[in-house]
Write a protein that binds this ligand. Structure first.
Ligand code: BGC
Length: 766
């Protein structure tokens, strides 16, 4: 369909923008107009808008109407429909598919006074229809190229489906595995989160072509620090933690050109993020120079009333607008109250202009003013979604996201011929759970199960026994659905099947929908009767390969001690079973490393490697000696630490060298280390560099990741890996309330996990 209306509109706008006396412009001029700087184009649109239309741009509605049916009559839907026709809806979410997007866009650009296109948002978190591993799993790859590729695939499918904005990446640094949303981010480290944030923003946005979407960096800020890991709970963190731990990934994403940010449900210093001027106005927009817009989280403006921060929705709208929250997701606060608040002098029109300008700017950057139907092409939709190339792409990401936690007696890789293998666990035969949480456009049952993956290999005899259900019912949303906590009636069959096997592969863990938003857990063990099943099978046959499928670190101390091989298989998306089978059979040599520490017990949580020292650091072993920072009944250390992950190769580190022992302003130190692959298989190793700043104006973590390299090292070969340490690397948010490098003494550590063996001192003099 040809889109003609805006030509005349733009001719008029151009006349305004150029100060021409007449609006009669021809197409040549229209072409030139397209080449004007975006800011001028934005201003020329803004100049035509009424206050209500500007406020309308700041209003986002959830999809409210089945667009293929008749126009809604009566109630909320009819009101939203009226607003759309008046130009009072700047964005919609959860509308997808070219047909529906086109129908709604048509109303916006053909029936409203100013024909301003709508921007369509959707939670494309780890894939659209073709699902990649959950973001936490992808983070375990430490492979920026494939993380970017994964975001590209997600963007291409979403964009082909009419969408132009994803509510991703989530860059919340997460230290508390009870919080269900750890699955959606990149784990506990600010540096790894920052690197991944950049890769994801680049992958989604690319050059903002027709296969790209705008990114939305979320949740700004502090959301993952919800007390006790309970979603939406109070957050109470210091300014030091905010700046040194929480904000770096957001800053990195903003610097990488992310077009939008989302604020968060939590409060910070007693002020809900949506109404928080320090975060949105001062830090993001003023200090970082962010040019895009901030959308509220779903209903978070209205929730400021429940927080006890504003007396009603109108006051919430006032506080949010004044704090720099540009678009209201589904609170209806702006559309109902903002124009009146401006008239009453409670919100300045400058604030409205700024917000509307930011939103229009993103629409221009996406090319929606040039062609509002840029994302509406049925042929592209059909040809793009589920492409073979995308399936191959997510399989590659899935393999690289797997972490080999333990491998004794070389139980892995499995032999390809003549083995009797018994596969046990409901998750082994599940084609929905591996899709994980936050995959709302994907169909249930579209993942390759582990059983299907293993069955691709024909040389062995495979027997399957469920053993026990994890979840009963269709989804974990429905009331009929629950976790199986009692039924052990299938244990006997599984135990019998295990008895005769050479190897037992047990697939246990969390159902995909047991993680994600609103799915906090107070226990982190294998849900339901799975631990009992594991122990029952172990008695019959201890030759077990345990494949975990989960969206967060679990407490599995018994398995860690007794089970010879443990593979962290996360929720790996559409190609899950193929990826796991290729790793189990050694067709892919695992290279993943944990992006979050695995606790020994729930009582250790929040647990993170980059903690401070305290005045009384305890030793690791539980001891009865008191007055130390330790537990009487548990070690302090993680069961599996941040950065841990084995390979079928064996890597040895030696020869840590520093080019000099100190450096000054504008100088640097080169750090080198030799990594030898002392095995007969080629492999990949994530070589990690950590620093400890020994004394500073504010206390510093005992160790912080500062650099890493994913190195391919052939069997028997040694590679020298080098890193550079300069002022940027040692900077932190100091007692002077700014990022700076302070003179002092440091230690550098290099190794294959956060528990490193090699270290060396150096100093910095400024
Ligand atoms: C979540 C956001 C999400 C939004 C829209 C909220 O509940 O916190 O992360 O983008 O819903 O679906």
């Amino acid at each position: 369909m040809k889109y003609t209306l805006p030509k005349y509109l733009f001719a008029a706008l151009l006349a305004l923008a150029l100060g021409c006396s007449t609006a009669k412009q021809n197409t040549t001029v229209f072409t030139k107009e397209r080449q004007l700087p975006i800011d001028r184009r934005v201003d020329s649109v803004l100049a035509l808008m009424t206050l209500e239309e500007k406020v309308g741009q700041m209003n986002q509605y959830n999809g409210f109407w089945d667009v293929t049916g008749p126009a809604p009559q009566g109630g909320d839907a009819a009101l939203k429909y009226e607003h759309l026709k008046k130009g009072w809806v700047g964005s919609m979410l959860n509308v997808k598919g070219v047909k529906d997007v086109r129908a709604l866009q048509k109303i916006a650009v053909e029936e409203t006074r100013l024909h301003i296109p709508v921007i369509f948002g959707f939670d494309v978190i780890h894939g659209y229809k073709t699902i990649s591993p959950i973001p936490l799993a992808e983070a375990a790859s430490w492979d920026m190229e494939i993380i970017e590729r994964s975001a590209q695939i997600a963007a291409a499918e979403a964009a082909a489906s009419g969408l132009n904005w994803t509510f991703a990446p989530m860059v919340d640094v997460s230290r508390d595995a009870r919080w269900g949303r750890v699955m959606e981010g990149a784990g506990e480290d600010p540096y790894l989160n920052s690197r991944i944030a950049v890769a994801r923003v680049k992958g989604f946005q690319g050059n903002l072509g027709e296969f790209n979407v705008a990114a939305c960096v979320k949740h700004f800020a502090g959301y993952s620090f919800a007390e006790a890991g309970r979603d939406y709970n109070t957050v109470d963190i210091s300014n030091n933690t905010l700046h040194n731990i929480v904000l770096p990934p957001f800053k990195a994403a903003s610097d990488a050109g992310a077009l939008t940010f989302m604020n968060s449900f939590n409060e910070l210093e007693g002020i809900p993020a949506t109404g928080n001027a320090y975060l949105q106005r001062d830090i993001l927009k003023r200090d970082w120079g962010f040019k895009g817009f901030v959308v509220s989280d779903w209903g978070s403006m209205g929730e400021m009333v429940t927080h006890g921060y504003t007396k009603d929705l109108k006051e919430a709208a006032e506080k949010a607008a004044n704090a720099g929250s540009d678009m209201d997701m589904e609170s209806h606060g702006y559309v109902e109250h903002l124009a009146a608040l401006v008239r009453e002098g409670k919100v300045s029109e400058d604030k409205i202009n700024d917000a509307a300008r930011r939103i229009l700017r993103v629409k221009f950057e996406l090319g929606l003013f040039d062609d509002p139907y840029k994302y509406c092409n049925e042929t592209r939709e059909q040809q793009t979604i589920g492409k073979k190339e995308f399936q191959d792409g997510v399989l590659d990401v899935a393999k690289k996201s797997i972490v080999l936690l333990k491998n004794e007696r070389n139980l892995l890789p499995l032999k390809k011929q003549g083995q009797k293998i018994t596969v046990i666990g409901a998750l082994a035969n599940d084609k929905t759970s591996p899709l994980g949480s936050w995959r709302i456009a994907a169909e249930d049952g579209t993942a390759v199960s582990v059983l299907e993956g293993l069955n691709q290999y024909k040389g062995n005899t495979i027997t399957y026994a469920k053993g026990a259900d994890v979840a009963v019912g269709k989804t974990l949303f429905g009331s009929e659905t629950k976790i199986n906590t009692t039924d052990k009636s299938d244990f006997a069959e599984a135990v019998a099947a295990a008895k005769n096997a050479d190897v037992v592969v047990m697939v246990l863990g969390e159902h995909g929908l047991q993680t994600g938003e609103g799915r906090s857990r107070a226990k982190l063990d294998l849900p339901g009767v799975q631990q009992e099943l594991l122990q029952a099978v172990y008695k019959a046959n201890p030759n077990i390969v345990l494949v975990l499928q989960n969206g967060r670190p679990l407490t599995i101390p018994w398995a860690a001690e007794n089970i010879p091989a443990i593979v962290e298989g996360w929720h790996l998306g559409t190609q899950s079973g193929n990826a796991i089978a290729q790793v189990l059979y050694g067709d892919y040599n695992p290279s993943g490393k944990l992006p979050m520490s695995f606790p020994r017990s729930i009582g250790q949580v929040p647990l993170y490697y980059n903690h401070k020292s305290t005045g009384r650091p305890g030793g690791d072993a539980p001891t009865e000696s008191v007055f130390w920072s330790h537990y009487g009944d548990e070690a302090n250390s993680a069961l599996y630490p941040f950065g841990h992950g084995l390979s079928y190769s064996k890597f040895e580190y030696s020869n840590l060298k520093l080019s000099r022992s100190s450096f000054g302003k504008n100088g640097n130190i080169t750090v080198s280390v030799d990594v030898r692959n002392n095995s007969t298989v080629d492999g990949k190793e994530v070589v990690q560099l950590y620093l400890h700043d020994l004394f500073a104006s504010v206390t510093r973590p005992i160790k912080e990741l500062k650099a890493f390299e994913l190195a391919e090292i052939k069997a028997g070969q040694t590679k020298t890996i080098t890193f550079t340490i300069n002022e940027k690397v040692i900077e932190f948010y100091s007692a002077n309330n700014k990022w700076e490098a302070e003179a002092g003494d440091f230690k550098v550590f290099v190794g294959g996990s956060s528990v490193t063996k090699l270290e060396a001192p150096f100093s910095y003099t400024n």
